[in-house]
Design a protein. Structure first.
Length: 66
């Protein structure tokens, strides 16, 4: 409820975002992040680019599980 007030959004709207029924706009993400006092980037984990050797090792490890 406090997040709703701080972000100036309805509880149902935030619930729809949380459940994946609605996709928030960039402005909405920024408003939610601001209300939570976090950086909007915190909502988007960085994808680490893997090199060829890391990919080979992952494939080898998966094959070993078979």
């Amino acid at each position: 409820m406090e997040l709703c007030l701080r972000a100036n959004m309805s509880q149902s709207f935030l619930a729809n975002i949380e459940s994946g029924k609605k996709q928030p706009s960039l402005l909405t993400v920024i408003r939610i992040a601001s209300a939570l006092e976090v950086n909007p980037r915190d909502f988007f984990p960085e994808n680490k680019i893997k090199d060829k050797d890391e990919i080979k090792k992952e494939i080898f490890d998966l094959i070993q599980l078979l």
